[in-house]
Ligand binder design. Structure first.
Ligand code: SF4
Length: 369
Protein backbone atom coordinates (compact mmCIF):
# COMPACT_ATOMS: atom_id res chain seq x y z
CA UNK A 1 0.00 0.00 0.00
CA UNK A 2 1.15 3.53 -0.52
CA UNK A 3 0.50 4.60 3.03
CA UNK A 4 -1.65 3.51 5.88
CA UNK A 5 -5.39 3.44 5.34
CA UNK A 6 -6.42 5.95 7.93
CA UNK A 7 -3.98 8.78 8.16
CA UNK A 8 -1.56 8.68 5.27
CA UNK A 9 2.19 8.19 5.30
CA UNK A 10 4.54 8.70 8.21
CA UNK A 11 4.20 12.30 9.28
CA UNK A 12 0.95 12.87 7.40
CA UNK A 13 -1.62 14.88 9.29
CA UNK A 14 -4.47 12.82 10.64
CA UNK A 15 -8.05 13.54 9.82
CA UNK A 16 -9.16 13.54 13.49
CA UNK A 17 -6.55 12.61 15.99
CA UNK A 18 -6.20 12.88 19.75
CA UNK A 19 -3.44 15.17 20.92
CA UNK A 20 -0.68 16.52 18.76
CA UNK A 21 1.95 14.33 17.08
CA UNK A 22 4.59 16.96 17.81
CA UNK A 23 8.06 16.27 16.47
CA UNK A 24 8.41 12.58 17.11
CA UNK A 25 11.17 10.50 15.52
CA UNK A 26 10.42 8.55 12.33
CA UNK A 27 8.34 5.44 12.82
CA UNK A 28 10.47 2.37 13.52
CA UNK A 29 8.58 -0.49 11.92
CA UNK A 30 10.78 -2.95 13.82
CA UNK A 31 9.29 -1.74 17.11
CA UNK A 32 5.64 -1.05 16.39
CA UNK A 33 3.19 -1.24 13.52
CA UNK A 34 1.60 1.91 12.22
CA UNK A 35 -1.64 0.03 11.72
CA UNK A 36 -3.38 -2.82 13.44
CA UNK A 37 -6.46 -4.26 11.76
CA UNK A 38 -8.54 -6.17 14.27
CA UNK A 39 -11.05 -8.73 13.03
CA UNK A 40 -13.44 -8.58 15.96
CA UNK A 41 -15.65 -11.31 14.52
CA UNK A 42 -16.05 -13.33 11.37
CA UNK A 43 -19.81 -13.10 11.47
CA UNK A 44 -21.30 -11.13 8.59
CA UNK A 45 -24.62 -11.08 6.75
CA UNK A 46 -23.05 -10.34 3.38
CA UNK A 47 -21.72 -12.95 0.97
CA UNK A 48 -18.92 -11.06 -0.74
CA UNK A 49 -17.28 -12.92 -3.60
CA UNK A 50 -13.81 -11.79 -2.56
CA UNK A 51 -14.16 -12.24 1.23
CA UNK A 52 -10.73 -13.12 2.59
CA UNK A 53 -12.26 -14.32 5.85
CA UNK A 54 -14.88 -16.55 4.22
CA UNK A 55 -17.23 -14.88 6.68
CA UNK A 56 -19.83 -16.93 8.49
CA UNK A 57 -23.41 -16.14 9.55
CA UNK A 58 -22.92 -16.56 13.32
CA UNK A 59 -20.26 -15.49 15.78
CA UNK A 60 -17.66 -17.96 16.98
CA UNK A 61 -17.92 -18.76 20.68
CA UNK A 62 -14.13 -18.54 20.91
CA UNK A 63 -13.95 -14.87 19.95
CA UNK A 64 -11.86 -12.65 22.19
CA UNK A 65 -13.88 -11.21 25.04
CA UNK A 66 -14.23 -7.52 25.82
CA UNK A 67 -11.86 -7.97 28.76
CA UNK A 68 -9.25 -9.66 26.57
CA UNK A 69 -9.58 -6.96 23.92
CA UNK A 70 -9.27 -4.21 26.55
CA UNK A 71 -6.10 -5.78 27.92
CA UNK A 72 -4.45 -5.86 24.48
CA UNK A 73 -5.58 -2.31 23.74
CA UNK A 74 -3.92 -1.16 26.96
CA UNK A 75 -0.71 -2.83 25.89
CA UNK A 76 -0.87 -1.27 22.43
CA UNK A 77 -1.55 2.15 23.93
CA UNK A 78 1.69 1.84 25.90
CA UNK A 79 3.83 1.48 22.78
CA UNK A 80 6.23 4.38 22.32
CA UNK A 81 7.19 6.66 20.67
CA UNK A 82 4.33 5.88 18.30
CA UNK A 83 1.06 4.19 18.99
CA UNK A 84 -0.57 2.24 16.20
CA UNK A 85 -3.82 3.24 14.60
CA UNK A 86 -6.58 0.74 15.30
CA UNK A 87 -8.92 -0.41 12.53
CA UNK A 88 -11.80 -2.48 13.86
CA UNK A 89 -13.12 -4.74 11.16
CA UNK A 90 -14.60 -8.21 10.57
CA UNK A 91 -16.56 -10.03 9.25
CA UNK A 92 -18.88 -7.29 10.33
CA UNK A 93 -17.83 -5.65 13.61
CA UNK A 94 -21.40 -4.46 14.21
CA UNK A 95 -22.29 -8.12 14.84
CA UNK A 96 -20.67 -7.67 18.25
CA UNK A 97 -23.06 -6.13 20.77
CA UNK A 98 -20.07 -4.71 22.66
CA UNK A 99 -18.65 -2.86 19.64
CA UNK A 100 -19.45 0.57 21.05
CA UNK A 101 -17.61 -0.34 24.28
CA UNK A 102 -14.60 -1.57 22.32
CA UNK A 103 -14.46 1.63 20.28
CA UNK A 104 -14.92 3.80 23.35
CA UNK A 105 -12.13 1.91 25.13
CA UNK A 106 -9.78 2.40 22.19
CA UNK A 107 -10.58 6.12 21.97
CA UNK A 108 -10.24 6.61 25.72
CA UNK A 109 -6.74 5.11 25.58
CA UNK A 110 -5.74 7.78 23.09
CA UNK A 111 -5.59 5.44 20.10
CA UNK A 112 -6.61 6.73 16.70
CA UNK A 113 -9.64 4.56 16.05
CA UNK A 114 -11.25 3.57 12.78
CA UNK A 115 -14.14 1.24 12.14
CA UNK A 116 -14.87 -0.67 8.97
CA UNK A 117 -18.43 -2.02 9.11
CA UNK A 118 -20.28 -4.11 6.58
CA UNK A 119 -23.30 -2.41 5.09
CA UNK A 120 -26.23 -4.40 6.44
CA UNK A 121 -29.45 -3.37 8.23
CA UNK A 122 -27.38 -3.22 11.42
CA UNK A 123 -25.56 -0.13 10.13
CA UNK A 124 -28.16 2.51 10.94
CA UNK A 125 -27.86 6.28 11.01
CA UNK A 126 -28.17 6.04 14.78
CA UNK A 127 -25.22 3.65 15.03
CA UNK A 128 -23.08 6.03 12.98
CA UNK A 129 -24.18 8.99 15.12
CA UNK A 130 -23.07 7.00 18.17
CA UNK A 131 -19.61 6.55 16.69
CA UNK A 132 -19.33 10.31 16.29
CA UNK A 133 -20.21 10.78 19.95
CA UNK A 134 -17.71 8.09 20.94
CA UNK A 135 -14.89 10.00 19.23
CA UNK A 136 -14.20 7.51 16.43
CA UNK A 137 -11.79 9.07 13.95
CA UNK A 138 -12.65 7.47 10.62
CA UNK A 139 -15.30 5.19 9.13
CA UNK A 140 -14.68 3.23 5.96
CA UNK A 141 -17.46 2.07 3.68
CA UNK A 142 -16.87 -0.40 0.87
CA UNK A 143 -18.10 0.48 -2.61
CA UNK A 144 -16.76 -1.82 -5.28
CA UNK A 145 -18.18 -0.22 -8.38
CA UNK A 146 -20.05 2.84 -9.60
CA UNK A 147 -23.32 0.99 -10.18
CA UNK A 148 -25.60 -1.34 -8.28
CA UNK A 149 -25.02 -3.97 -10.93
CA UNK A 150 -21.28 -4.12 -10.23
CA UNK A 151 -21.35 -3.64 -6.49
CA UNK A 152 -24.27 -5.91 -5.62
CA UNK A 153 -22.85 -8.67 -7.80
CA UNK A 154 -19.60 -8.39 -5.87
CA UNK A 155 -21.21 -8.22 -2.43
CA UNK A 156 -23.76 -10.93 -3.08
CA UNK A 157 -26.81 -9.10 -1.65
CA UNK A 158 -29.13 -6.96 -3.85
CA UNK A 159 -29.68 -3.44 -2.55
CA UNK A 160 -26.27 -3.18 -0.89
CA UNK A 161 -25.08 -0.50 -3.32
CA UNK A 162 -27.84 1.96 -2.45
CA UNK A 163 -27.46 1.15 1.24
CA UNK A 164 -23.71 1.78 0.99
CA UNK A 165 -24.27 5.19 -0.58
CA UNK A 166 -26.71 6.04 2.20
CA UNK A 167 -24.24 4.87 4.85
CA UNK A 168 -21.42 6.91 3.30
CA UNK A 169 -23.62 10.02 3.25
CA UNK A 170 -24.59 9.39 6.86
CA UNK A 171 -20.92 9.19 7.88
CA UNK A 172 -20.23 12.56 6.24
CA UNK A 173 -23.42 14.10 7.62
CA UNK A 174 -22.37 13.16 11.13
CA UNK A 175 -19.02 14.87 10.68
CA UNK A 176 -16.92 11.74 10.50
CA UNK A 177 -14.09 11.49 7.95
CA UNK A 178 -15.18 9.00 5.29
CA UNK A 179 -12.90 6.47 3.64
CA UNK A 180 -14.23 4.59 0.63
CA UNK A 181 -12.76 1.14 0.12
CA UNK A 182 -12.90 -0.36 -3.35
CA UNK A 183 -11.85 -3.86 -4.33
CA UNK A 184 -9.93 -4.06 -7.57
CA UNK A 185 -10.42 -7.39 -9.29
CA UNK A 186 -9.88 -8.53 -12.84
CA UNK A 187 -13.42 -7.33 -13.57
CA UNK A 188 -13.35 -3.79 -12.16
CA UNK A 189 -10.44 -1.59 -13.37
CA UNK A 190 -12.45 -0.31 -16.37
CA UNK A 191 -14.72 1.58 -14.00
CA UNK A 192 -12.02 3.50 -12.13
CA UNK A 193 -12.89 6.86 -13.66
CA UNK A 194 -16.59 6.72 -12.83
CA UNK A 195 -15.76 5.27 -9.42
CA UNK A 196 -13.41 8.21 -8.77
CA UNK A 197 -16.24 10.62 -9.55
CA UNK A 198 -18.51 8.82 -7.10
CA UNK A 199 -15.87 8.95 -4.34
CA UNK A 200 -15.50 12.68 -4.96
CA UNK A 201 -19.26 13.28 -4.89
CA UNK A 202 -19.59 11.42 -1.61
CA UNK A 203 -17.06 13.77 -0.02
CA UNK A 204 -14.60 11.05 0.99
CA UNK A 205 -11.27 12.04 2.53
CA UNK A 206 -9.58 8.88 1.34
CA UNK A 207 -10.05 6.30 -1.39
CA UNK A 208 -8.38 3.02 -0.65
CA UNK A 209 -8.13 0.36 -3.32
CA UNK A 210 -7.71 -3.28 -2.34
CA UNK A 211 -6.05 -5.29 -5.07
CA UNK A 212 -7.73 -8.64 -4.58
CA UNK A 213 -5.62 -11.59 -3.50
CA UNK A 214 -6.72 -15.17 -4.10
CA UNK A 215 -7.44 -16.09 -0.48
CA UNK A 216 -10.73 -17.12 1.12
CA UNK A 217 -13.63 -16.85 -1.32
CA UNK A 218 -11.45 -14.83 -3.72
CA UNK A 219 -9.77 -18.10 -4.66
CA UNK A 220 -12.67 -18.55 -7.08
CA UNK A 221 -12.19 -15.16 -8.77
CA UNK A 222 -10.00 -14.72 -11.86
CA UNK A 223 -6.48 -13.71 -10.77
CA UNK A 224 -5.52 -10.06 -11.15
CA UNK A 225 -2.89 -9.97 -13.91
CA UNK A 226 0.26 -7.88 -13.75
CA UNK A 227 -0.90 -5.88 -16.77
CA UNK A 228 -4.32 -5.02 -15.29
CA UNK A 229 -2.72 -4.15 -11.95
CA UNK A 230 -0.15 -1.92 -13.58
CA UNK A 231 -2.65 -0.05 -15.74
CA UNK A 232 -4.86 0.58 -12.69
CA UNK A 233 -1.90 1.86 -10.68
CA UNK A 234 -0.72 4.14 -13.48
CA UNK A 235 -4.23 5.57 -13.79
CA UNK A 236 -4.38 6.15 -10.04
CA UNK A 237 -0.92 7.74 -9.92
CA UNK A 238 -1.93 10.19 -12.65
CA UNK A 239 -5.25 10.91 -10.98
CA UNK A 240 -3.88 11.34 -7.43
CA UNK A 241 -2.33 14.85 -7.73
CA UNK A 242 -5.66 16.47 -8.60
CA UNK A 243 -7.98 14.23 -6.57
CA UNK A 244 -9.81 15.93 -3.67
CA UNK A 245 -9.06 12.89 -1.49
CA UNK A 246 -5.98 10.85 -0.68
CA UNK A 247 -5.45 7.63 -2.61
CA UNK A 248 -3.92 4.58 -0.98
CA UNK A 249 -3.61 0.96 -2.02
CA UNK A 250 -3.63 -2.36 -0.23
CA UNK A 251 -1.76 -5.37 -1.64
CA UNK A 252 -0.18 -3.22 -4.33
CA UNK A 253 2.93 -1.70 -2.73
CA UNK A 254 4.34 -1.23 -6.23
CA UNK A 255 2.22 1.94 -6.26
CA UNK A 256 5.39 3.40 -4.70
CA UNK A 257 7.41 2.34 -7.74
CA UNK A 258 4.79 3.53 -10.24
CA UNK A 259 4.54 6.95 -8.62
CA UNK A 260 8.28 7.31 -8.46
CA UNK A 261 8.67 6.35 -12.11
CA UNK A 262 6.05 8.91 -13.14
CA UNK A 263 7.57 11.59 -10.91
CA UNK A 264 11.01 11.20 -12.49
CA UNK A 265 14.49 10.03 -11.46
CA UNK A 266 15.50 10.64 -7.89
CA UNK A 267 11.95 11.33 -6.73
CA UNK A 268 11.09 9.32 -3.67
CA UNK A 269 8.36 11.36 -2.02
CA UNK A 270 7.22 8.86 0.60
CA UNK A 271 8.75 6.34 2.98
CA UNK A 272 8.45 2.59 2.62
CA UNK A 273 5.09 1.03 2.00
CA UNK A 274 3.21 -0.02 5.12
CA UNK A 275 2.44 -3.64 4.53
CA UNK A 276 2.24 -7.11 5.99
CA UNK A 277 4.55 -7.43 8.99
CA UNK A 278 6.31 -4.16 8.16
CA UNK A 279 4.24 -1.48 9.79
CA UNK A 280 1.07 -3.58 9.67
CA UNK A 281 -0.33 -6.35 11.84
CA UNK A 282 -3.62 -8.21 11.95
CA UNK A 283 -5.36 -9.73 14.97
CA UNK A 284 -8.02 -12.27 14.11
CA UNK A 285 -11.22 -12.98 16.02
CA UNK A 286 -9.52 -15.72 18.05
CA UNK A 287 -6.50 -13.60 18.97
CA UNK A 288 -4.05 -14.95 16.40
CA UNK A 289 -1.59 -12.34 15.17
CA UNK A 290 -0.79 -12.44 11.47
CA UNK A 291 1.12 -10.05 9.19
CA UNK A 292 -2.18 -9.11 7.56
CA UNK A 293 -5.58 -10.57 6.87
CA UNK A 294 -4.59 -11.88 3.47
CA UNK A 295 -1.57 -13.78 4.77
CA UNK A 296 -3.13 -16.39 7.03
CA UNK A 297 -0.03 -17.38 8.99
CA UNK A 298 -0.21 -16.89 12.75
CA UNK A 299 2.98 -15.72 14.45
CA UNK A 300 1.48 -15.98 17.93
CA UNK A 301 -1.69 -15.35 19.92
CA UNK A 302 -2.46 -12.41 22.19
CA UNK A 303 -4.11 -14.81 24.66
CA UNK A 304 -0.69 -16.20 25.48
CA UNK A 305 1.90 -13.57 24.57
CA UNK A 306 2.25 -9.81 24.49
CA UNK A 307 1.33 -8.36 21.13
CA UNK A 308 4.57 -6.37 21.02
CA UNK A 309 6.69 -9.52 21.47
CA UNK A 310 4.94 -11.24 18.56
CA UNK A 311 5.32 -8.22 16.31
CA UNK A 312 8.95 -7.49 17.20
CA UNK A 313 10.43 -10.92 17.72
CA UNK A 314 8.56 -13.63 15.82
CA UNK A 315 10.63 -15.11 12.97
CA UNK A 316 7.73 -14.54 10.58
CA UNK A 317 7.45 -10.81 11.23
CA UNK A 318 11.23 -10.38 11.29
CA UNK A 319 11.76 -11.98 7.91
CA UNK A 320 8.97 -9.92 6.38
CA UNK A 321 10.81 -6.76 7.44
CA UNK A 322 14.07 -7.88 5.82
CA UNK A 323 13.97 -6.92 2.13
CA UNK A 324 17.35 -8.62 1.57
CA UNK A 325 15.56 -11.97 1.95
CA UNK A 326 13.26 -11.42 -1.03
CA UNK A 327 13.55 -13.69 -4.01
CA UNK A 328 13.01 -13.45 -7.75
CA UNK A 329 12.47 -10.06 -9.32
CA UNK A 330 11.53 -8.49 -5.98
CA UNK A 331 14.90 -9.61 -4.60
CA UNK A 332 16.78 -7.91 -7.45
CA UNK A 333 14.57 -4.85 -7.61
CA UNK A 334 15.91 -1.37 -6.82
CA UNK A 335 12.52 -0.61 -5.26
CA UNK A 336 12.54 -3.55 -2.85
CA UNK A 337 13.06 -1.40 0.27
CA UNK A 338 10.12 0.91 -0.48
CA UNK A 339 7.94 -1.71 -2.16
CA UNK A 340 9.01 -5.33 -1.81
CA UNK A 341 5.83 -6.62 -3.43
CA UNK A 342 2.76 -8.07 -1.79
CA UNK A 343 3.97 -10.92 0.40
CA UNK A 344 0.39 -12.09 0.81
CA UNK A 345 -0.09 -12.45 -2.94
CA UNK A 346 3.28 -14.17 -3.33
CA UNK A 347 2.23 -16.65 -0.66
CA UNK A 348 -1.27 -17.17 -2.11
CA UNK A 349 0.12 -17.91 -5.57
CA UNK A 350 3.38 -19.74 -4.81
CA UNK A 351 3.27 -20.81 -1.15
CA UNK A 352 6.49 -18.82 -0.59
CA UNK A 353 6.17 -15.59 1.40
CA UNK A 354 9.45 -14.34 -0.07
CA UNK A 355 8.74 -15.02 -3.75
CA UNK A 356 8.30 -12.23 -6.28
CA UNK A 357 4.88 -10.58 -6.50
CA UNK A 358 3.22 -12.05 -9.60
CA UNK A 359 1.01 -8.96 -10.03
CA UNK A 360 3.99 -6.73 -10.82
CA UNK A 361 5.38 -6.60 -14.37
CA UNK A 362 8.53 -4.68 -13.42
CA UNK A 363 11.79 -6.11 -14.82
CA UNK A 364 14.73 -4.91 -12.71
CA UNK A 365 17.18 -5.95 -15.44
CA UNK A 366 15.46 -3.66 -17.93
CA UNK A 367 15.58 -0.76 -15.50
CA UNK A 368 19.33 -1.20 -14.97
CA UNK A 369 20.23 -0.86 -18.68
S1 SF4 B 1 9.51 -6.25 -8.71
FE1 SF4 B 1 8.76 -6.51 -6.61
S2 SF4 B 1 9.85 -4.95 -5.39
FE2 SF4 B 1 10.04 -4.37 -7.57
S3 SF4 B 1 8.35 -2.93 -7.94
FE3 SF4 B 1 7.64 -5.00 -8.51
S4 SF4 B 1 6.63 -5.79 -6.66
FE4 SF4 B 1 7.90 -4.03 -6.05
Amino acid sequence: MATHPVLGGPGSPPTRTPGSPGTRPPWDFGQAPMLIAWELTRACALKCRHCRATAIPARNAGELSLAEISRVLEEVADLRPHRPIMIFTGGDPTERPDLSEILARSVSLGLVTAVSPSVTPRLTDGVIAGWTRAGVHTVSISIDGPTAEVHDHFRGVPGTFEASLAAARSVVAHGLPLQVNTSVSAETPGSLESMAALVRDLGARRWELFFVIGTGRARDLPALSAEVTESALVWLARHAPTAPYRITTVAAPQFRRVREELAGPGQRPEGPAVKEGRGFAFIDHLGNVAPNGYLPLAAGNVRGEPFSAIYRESPLFRVLRDASQLRGRCGRCPFREVCGGSRARAYAVTGDILAEDPACPFRPEMAAT
